[in-house]
Write a new protein. Structure first.
Ligand SMILES: O=C(O)[C@H](O)[C@@H](O)[C@H](O)[C@H](O)COP(=O)(O)O
Ligand code: SF4
Length: 615
């Protein structure tokens, strides 16, 4: 099947827009390879420090032609998804030795669990923690000891941060090694039902705690299709992990065999291996478009409308929301996984998972099948199912979906479009995910009720002030204001109002969780209130139209009056829980549409100043 014309034209538009920045990026990566720090170029003292504790690996590490894999780990016990990584480095060192290579932990990077911080002050550190993860990755890799890189990370800001950092060492072959989703517990819909009963005072804290523990019950990624699992989908469809490795449960024989196969393969593609695959060549415009297509086809997390532009920029590639909106019109919604459906990622994986999805999208010409990938056979390998045979991973061609209620084909998708919409109007430019919204709620026109703090919404609800059609406006939630937290704690409250028959929508310059779903929400609205964006002019009672059909976010106020209004002043900055440490990031970041990164904003200024004079 020939490449879909929209995919082709959007790819061409991205290549054209990125011509200069991509050329400079590749030139810098060539400079890193040819002249940058590397194990053979270290002085004796440098090398002695790096291998002092390496014990039996020392002789290999002293050999310039050997292969040393650098592990960047984001292990901690806060994220159930990352908890299995505690055991990975020691296992990976054994697997590396099996193929004559060595492995060392290059460094660690922090990882925030957005579930632990959801609705808490810590959530205001979440988005910018991604820059910290990227810089921590660079600190680890700056030792220059490695011919290949293994990134251990799964959740929200962590995979984007790891990739943003590793891409600045794009001369190195790099692979992400996942750990997989926890086995299914209490169904997500039931968890959500109990939460809605709780906010209505119909069940107590004990019942809620029991439901939450039954849902999040063991090691592994949470099983809803949120940002973490969207990361896994995206990395797989970009070919940056072993084929069909994203959604194998932790602590299973297949997971263990896949981790071992990943380390063996990484040694093969490393700089001294026989099949060198530098990250900078794996992550090109086509791979980025594949990630966007995967995001749209699966109704993935809206956070990737911020993360994907940031990852792309770290590779010298510039994408915008118009690219995503154009692709969305051509890419059908092929999966229904909670919150866009009732089943979870384990069910998705069971009925065919990534291999079936990729096979179907490739057949329809919606993916670039000529990207480099880390797999020997290239992108074709990603349309193959992994299984265990005599303790080895073997692959067979993907089969059609076993359940059309979860995973469909392009001919009969769930929706003709990818469900992520660019929203525009007199209140700014934002994003809307429609894949989880019932048709009847795609157009909401109702009076505004304005808040500056998400917790005040719950209070207004408890006081019975929201029992009506309402567009809840929560502003001063952008990157500059307070670090652009997720406002997912609003979901149960707004969901109850919707279930009571009211027309409800959310309008915010903040973010929502990938796990947010049923309530219409125009999010990432910019320019943000903190910089005087029009959302700062909205008043209680203004009629607002949020329409995913036309892509409209409009305050229905007389234009002359609207233009004459002054933006309200920002609330004072919040201190405590380390938020004051991130004032630096909040002061120099980019807007959401270009990735909301403080680090990249400054990086691009420096790169622009150097131009082509890379030395
Ligand atoms: O973007 C995401 O996918 C979310 O940040 C997710 O990682 C977060 O942890 C949710 O808050 C979990 O869902 P609950 O908060 O509903 O448990
Ligand atoms: S998916 Fe979210 S809640 Fe679950 S471990 Fe990852 S960050 Fe935490």
């Amino acid at each position: 099947m020939s490449l879909n014309s929209v995919v082709e034209s959007v790819t061409a538009r991205i290549i054209e827009r990125s011509k200069v920045s991509r050329r400079r990026y590749l030139a810098l990566m060539e400079r890193n390879r040819a002249k940058g720090v590397s194990r053979p170029r270290l002085a004796c003292g440098n090398l002695a420090h790096a291998i002092a504790a390496a014990a039996s690996d020392k002789p290999e590490l002293m050999r310039p032609a050997s292969t040393n894999l650098g592990i960047v780990t984001t292990y901690n016990d806060m994220l159930s998804a990352h908890q299995p990584y505690g055991r990975y480095p020691d296992q990976m060192k054994l697997f590396a030795r099996e193929v004559g290579a060595t492995a060392q932990i290059a460094g660690g990077a922090p990882a925030m669990c957005d579930g632990v911080t959801q609705g808490q002050e810590g959530m205001e550190l979440s988005l910018f923690s991604r820059d910290v993860i990227a810089m921590s990755t660079a600190v680890g890799l700056s030792h220059g000891m490695f011919e290949g890189v293994a990134l251990l990370g799964i959740c929200d800001k962590i995979v984007p941060g790891l990739l943003m950092g590793a891409l600045r060492f794009g001369h190195l072959p790099t692979m992400l090694i996942p750990a997989g989703p926890m086995p299914s517990g209490l169904p997500n819909k039931e968890k959500q039902r109990i939460r809605q009963l709780y906010v209505q005072g119909k069940v107590g804290q004990d019942r809620l705690m029991e439901a939450e523990n039954a849902s999040y019950h063991s090691a592994g990624t949470c099983t809803f299709y949120g940002t973490a699992n969207t990361n896994q989908m995206m990395v797989e469809i970009m070919g940056l992990m072993m084929p069909d490795s994203a959604f194998i449960n932790p602590n299973t024989p297949l997971r263990q065999a896949m981790t071992r196969a990943s380390v063996h393969r990484l040694a093969e593609i490393s700089l001294n291996g026989e099949d060198v695959r530098p990250l900078a060549q794996c992550v090109d415009e086509k791979a980025i478009v594949n990630a966007a297509v995967g995001l749209l086809a699966t109704g993935g997390s809206t956070n990737h409308t911020i993360h994907l532009p940031a990852i792309a920029r770290a590779a010298g590639i510039i994408i915008d929301w118009e690219d995503l909106s154009r692709l969305s019109a051509a890419v059908p919604l092929m999966t229904r996984v909670y919150p866009s459906g009732s089943e979870d990622v384990n069910a998705f994986n069971h009925v065919g998972g990534m291999p079936t999805l990729i096979a179907e999208l490739s057949r329809a010409g919606l993916l670039h099948t000529d990207i480099m990938t880390v797999s020997r056979g290239g992108f074709a390998d990603y349309a193959c199912r992994a299984s265990l045979q005599d303790d080895e991973v073997v692959y067979t061609h993907a089969k059609p979906s076993l359940d059309r209620d979860i995973l469909r084909d392009v001919k009969e998708p769930f929706k003709a479009d990818g469900g992520i919409k660019l929203m525009q109007g007199n209140v700014g430019r934002g994003i809307y995910k429609s894949s989880a919204i019932a048709e009847e709620f795609l157009t909401i026109e109702a009076p505004a009720r304005v808040f500056h703090d998400q917790h005040d919404v719950a209070t207004a609800f408890q006081n019975g002030e929201l029992e009506r059609d309402v567009v809840v406006v929560v502003r001063f939630q952008g990157p500059e204001a307070n670090g652009m937290p997720e406002l997912h704690k609003l979901t149960p409250t707004l969901g109850v109002l919707q279930d009571r028959g009211y027309k409800v929508a959310l309008l915010t310059d903040g973010r929502m969780s990938g796990a947010s779903g049923k309530v219409p929400a125009a999010i990432h609205v910019g320019p943000e209130a903190q910089v005087g964006g029009p959302i700062a002019r909205v008043r209680d009672g203004d009629m607002i139209r949020v329409c995913a059909v036309t892509g409209q976010i409009e305050v229905l106020v007389d234009p002359t009056e609207w233009e004459a209004r002054e933006p309200v002043a920002p609330p004072p900055p919040a201190l405590g829980t380390g938020r004051e440490l991130f004032a630096l990031m909040r002061s120099v970041h980019d807007p959401a549409e270009t990735g909301a990164s403080a680090m990249l904003a400054q990086m691009d200024q420096v790169i622009e100043a150097v131009g082509d004079a890379i030395h």
